[in-house]
Design a binder for this molecule. Sequence first.
Ligand code: TMP
Length: 207
Amino acid sequence: MRGRGRLITIEGVDGAGKTTLATGLLRELTERGLDAELLREPGGVELSERLRELVKDPRLTVGGRAEALIYAAARAQLVEQALVPRLERGTWVVLDRFVDSSLAYQGAGRELGIRSVSELNAFATGSLTPDRTLLLVVPEVVAKGRASARGAPPDRLEREDEAFFARVREGYERIARAEPERVRRLDGERAPAEVLADALSNVADLL
Ligand code: TMP
């Protein structure tokens, strides 16, 4: 059962500005007197953090189906151990990636099909659905520039080719078109303060 807490998820490709927005949004919610927390996927709880390390490791061979199952397992644990208890006690959770990441990366990117991955995730999450999803959209060249500016070596997924990321982007667009009330597309190329202001106006009805 869902309590009074709200679940706001942030989505987009690497380098879209998710972490910056998530941090800013958390600060704004807290300043409004809300009990709010920031969590990330895959991770947030011990089992999920370990699965995150596994699935991102470029030394491992991981097939598309195994990949979808690992993300779903990490998510199942996060939902049970962290999300549900927080939402039930009224905490607002800002979550950096959730089910839509699997629909876009595994469903569209790996071509497993958005519907199959959606069914897998309905099982994993008990059909927990975000109250709002903020999808950051940036041109590919901007996303790549930001991701490489971090200086970290590319993880297993970041090594995929352009065709993969083109499918991921199109997957996100399909999700946004299918659920316009939940999923709000934000232009992530603007300055962080502008993106944050836009995000706040897109969650204002929940506040
Ligand atoms: P990040 O947390 O640094 O964004 O890295 C997570 C990576 O995992 C990123 O490349 C996107 C990918 N990913 C999926 O492919 N499916 C998922 O369900 C999630 C949560 C992440």
